[in-house]
Design a protein around this ligand. Structure first.
Ligand code: IPE
Ligand code: IPE
Ligand code: MG
Length: 239
């Protein structure tokens, strides 16, 4: 848990880690509690893993907090999640700013209430010049939507559709591609997260539910990553 002071795993370390924070609902259900409790517990883990990523020298952290498809959940759950985002932003912003975190939100914000959109923008402006961890929080995000909006931006600018052009217009433009994607909660799927960006990402699936995900488990993922041979279509190094 957060009391762990595990040793940092070996190198190479990922520059950019993307995480699908899944399993809040099941965590709560397992305790006979409403799903809301799982989401509240999940928020605390964000702080823990952000700190762990910083300590491990990770440059960029992208967290999937709310997908476009999550709008299909019952209205009460959606409302609760939005409330939780607003409160968490208000509570955590000072500390994040102090720690040099640069916060950005990626996704389609149009469905969110105006006060939340304002808070998101405020957080982005306030932390824009920070030189610490580049934290991207995906809310209302869909990987297909991201590619479509990038292509549309190119069309509107009268530019040809090229891979470089799309990359430059994706919501993650300017960040290195994710080296490691972690999905907690046992499901082995992408669920419309970063589709374009994950082309060559190493994929790590953990059965641990997000509210239980610890610094130790994060380090296990980093250690697993360090043992991967990334080939990008080439032949192995030694041959
Ligand atoms: C992930 O946990 C958080 C969000 C998608 C907002 P879930 O709410 O999907 O939890 P499970 O998968 O039902 O356990
Ligand atoms: C993916 O989790 C989205 C987030 C973690 C925000 P879901 O729980 O929504 O994914 P599915 O529905 O199991 O694919
Ligand atoms: Mg889920």
């Amino acid at each position: 848990m957060s009391r762990d002071a595990p040793e940092l795993p070996s190198e190479p370390r990922p520059r950019h880690v993307a995480i699908v924070m899944d399993g809040n609902g099941r965590w709560a259900k397992g305790r006979g509690q409403p799903r809301a409790m799982g989401h509240r517990a999940g928020v605390k883990v964000v702080r823990r893993i952000l700190r762990a990523a910083h300590k491990a020298g990770v440059e960029a952290l992208t967290l999937f907090a709310f997908s476009q498809e999550n709008w299909k959940r019952p209205e009460t759950e959606v409302k609760l999640l939005i409330q939780l985002f607003v409160r968490t932003l208000a509570r955590e912003m000072d500390a994040m700013h102090r720690n040099g975190v640069r916060v950005r939100f990626i996704g389609d914000r149009s469905g969110f209430p105006e006060p939340l959109r304002r808070e998101m923008q405020r957080a982005e402006l306030r932390t824009a010049d920070n030189a610490g961890v580049k934290l991207s929080i995906a809310v209302g995000y869909g990987g297909q939507w991201d590619i479509v909006q990038a292509a549309n931006a190119l069309v509107e600018a009268g530019e040809p559709i090229t891979a470089e052009g799309i990359e430059a217009r994706l919501q993650t433009a300017g960040l290195p591609e994710p080296d490691l994607m972690i999905r907690t909660g046992g499901e082995q799927r992408i669920s419309n997260f970063l589709l374009w960006q994950l082309a060559y990402t190493e994929l790590y699936f953990s059965d641990v539910l997000w509210p239980d995900f610890s610094e130790l488990e994060f380090h296990q993922a980093l250690a697993w990553y360090a043992g991967r041979e990334r080939r990008f279509g080439r032949v192995p190094e030694a041959s």
